[in-house]
Design a protein around this ligand. Structure first.
Ligand code: GLU
Ligand code: ZN
Length: 493
């Protein structure tokens, strides 16, 4: 059997981590089985679907390098792949179900349904949902409603007895009494628009989907979908519901935990390789040991059997770690290419950068490479090179438990060393600073920290001596002297 799988998002918001993981798992499974990966846009909810969300879907998959074999933009034999372009088809199939006695038109008004809901709530009734009022209308009754011009919805005739079972690759058999399935859900709305359930099942059948891999939150819809397949007389595909993606607190991953949209991760400077690798590790593992996978490797090694049953935890720190590793695996020139847009965006350099800045960026790269977690970190790390710094505040210059007088003395002693920084090895320079610190009976940081703040305006910066060399000795000394003046002022001399 040729494997055919699909990612079927609803374009109602930005692509988020959970969705993208579903896309990746489908894509890797298709590739590993030499099957077909399909993209289908489920925009039946026209009120909530937006062109921006659709564009974000294309951009995100494009950025991750996830190419679909069939779908919008590329076409395919079972198109169109955007549900709003298939509405006529859903109407035909709904009509067929009615003709076969598997579904029926319901003429109930909104106000009747609202009253019903209220009455059920007031009575704390166990019976929730539609009361199947129109299930057994006679032909005459239907004609009478039609003659009044009432446009019906189409509802599925859920069997009143028995139960429905579907098999899930990970969860095993899942059975639900038909009594407990949503009583006769709407398949087609009165305006002729399909609901998610109808469109989803028809398309999975017509697009010859063999495996449905989607989030576990769709499990409750499983029995209903199986009933629909049975009503049509179609073969039920294989289900594989994917474990949820949680935050560290065990709650479903959401904005409360941090960024969830891929767009935000991309803008902050996460690399697609890192995100792909880490997201694939949330809920899947190869042998429990290997942690680094290229996209090519995942395209061959991915198997359904290795998907975890338990929910996956999305750990932002772990993603940072992966990202740092992938950043350090880049060549200096690749990294320069990747960092430049951030420097342009921060208005540190022009677009494209002038030659002088191109050379400066080349020098920056090896110095920041070890310290970047995300590409955008380069902005704060190098601001001091491109912008005049505001005068530091006294408290910013003072190391913990060290007064202004001591700090001034330390800086004055360090100045001659800084002046001779040139190309002397860092260890030698550091040794001299250590000697001063020992002689004064203070910590090394009591010297390094104020120099760093004076020169770079920040307590975190790339390695100090390199930072000074990059800036140029003249500017560095001016900034140091300014710091000494500010501190001396404080001491009143
Ligand atoms: N459109 C649904 C979603 O956005 C697809 C669910 C499915 O894959 O069946 O999650
Ligand atoms: Zn009705």
């Amino acid at each position: 059997m040729d494997v055919r799988v699909r990612y079927a998002p609803s374009p109602t918001g930005l692509q988020h981590i959970g969705g993208v993981r579903t896309a990746l798992f489908n894509y890797f499974f298709a590739r590993s089985q030499h099957g077909v990966f399909i993209l289908r846009v489920e925009d039946t909810d026209q009120g909530r679907s937006t062109p921006e969300a659709l564009q974000d879907l294309y951009d995100t998959l494009g950025w991750l390098g996830v190419k679909w074999d069939e779908g919008p933009l590329v076409g395919g034999p079972h198109g169109p792949y955007i549900q709003s372009e298939r509405f006529g088809l859903y109407q035909e199939y709904a009509k067929k179900l009615v003709d076969d006695g598997k579904a029926y038109p319901c003429y109930c008004s909104e106000s009747r349904l609202a009253q019903l809901r209220e009455a059920q709530t007031a009575a704390k009734s166990k019976e929730q949902g539609y009361d199947r009022h129109c299930r057994n209308l006679t032909a005459e009754q239907r004609t009478r409603y039609e003659d009044q011009g009432i446009k019906p919805v189409i509802r599925l005739k859920v069997p009143l007895e028995g139960s429905t079972t579907f098999h899930d690759v990970l969860m095993g058999d899942i059975t639900r009494k038909n009594r407990d399935v949503n009583p006769d859900p709407v398949l087609l709305k009165s305006d002729g628009f399909p609901t998610y359930h109808l469109a989803n099942v028809i398309d999975d059948h017509l697009m010859k989907i063999t495996h449905i891999m989607r989030a576990q939150e769709w499990i409750p819809s499983g029995p209903l979908h199986v009933l629909l397949y049975e009503a049509f007389g179609w073969k039920v595909p294989t289900y594989c519901h994917l474990p949820m993606v949680m935050g560290k607190d065990g709650q479903k991953l959401s904005k409360r935990h941090g960024s969830t949209s891929v767009k935000e991760f991309r803008e902050k400077g996460y690399l697609p390789e890192a995100l792909t690798n880490y997201v694939s590790m949330v809920g899947w593992s190869y042998d429990g040991v290997k942690e680094f996978f290229t996209k090519d490797e995942l395209e061959t090694l991915f198997t359904l059997e290795k998907i975890n049953k338990a929910p996956g935890v999305f750990d932002y720190k772990k993603l940072d770690w992966y990202n740092g590793m992938y950043i350090r695996a880049k060549s200096d020139s690749e990294l320069a290419q990747l960092l430049t847009p951030y420097l342009i965006q921060a208005s540190f350099v022009s677009d494209p950068p002038e030659q002088e800045h191109v050379s400066l960026i080349e020098k920056i790269v090896p110095i920041v490479k070890e310290r970047l977690k995300v590409l955008s970190d380069v902005v704060d790390m190098t601001r001091y090179l491109f912008k005049d710094l505001p005068a530091p505040k006294i408290e910013e210059l003072l190391p913990k438990n060290q007064d202004a007088a001591t700090t001034v003395r330390a800086l004055r002693k360090a100045l001659p060393i800084v002046k001779r920084i040139g190309t002397r090895p860092d260890e030698e320079l550091e040794q001299e600073i250590v000697s001063i610190a020992n002689e004064m009976g203070i910590k090394i940081n009591g010297i390094f920290m104020p120099i760093r703040v004076a020169v770079t305006g920040s307590t975190v910066s790339p390695p100090l001596f390199d930072s000074i060399r990059l800036l140029g000795l003249d500017t560095a000394l001016l900034r140091l002297e300014r710091a000494v003046t500010i501190l001396s002022h404080q001491m009143g001399n």
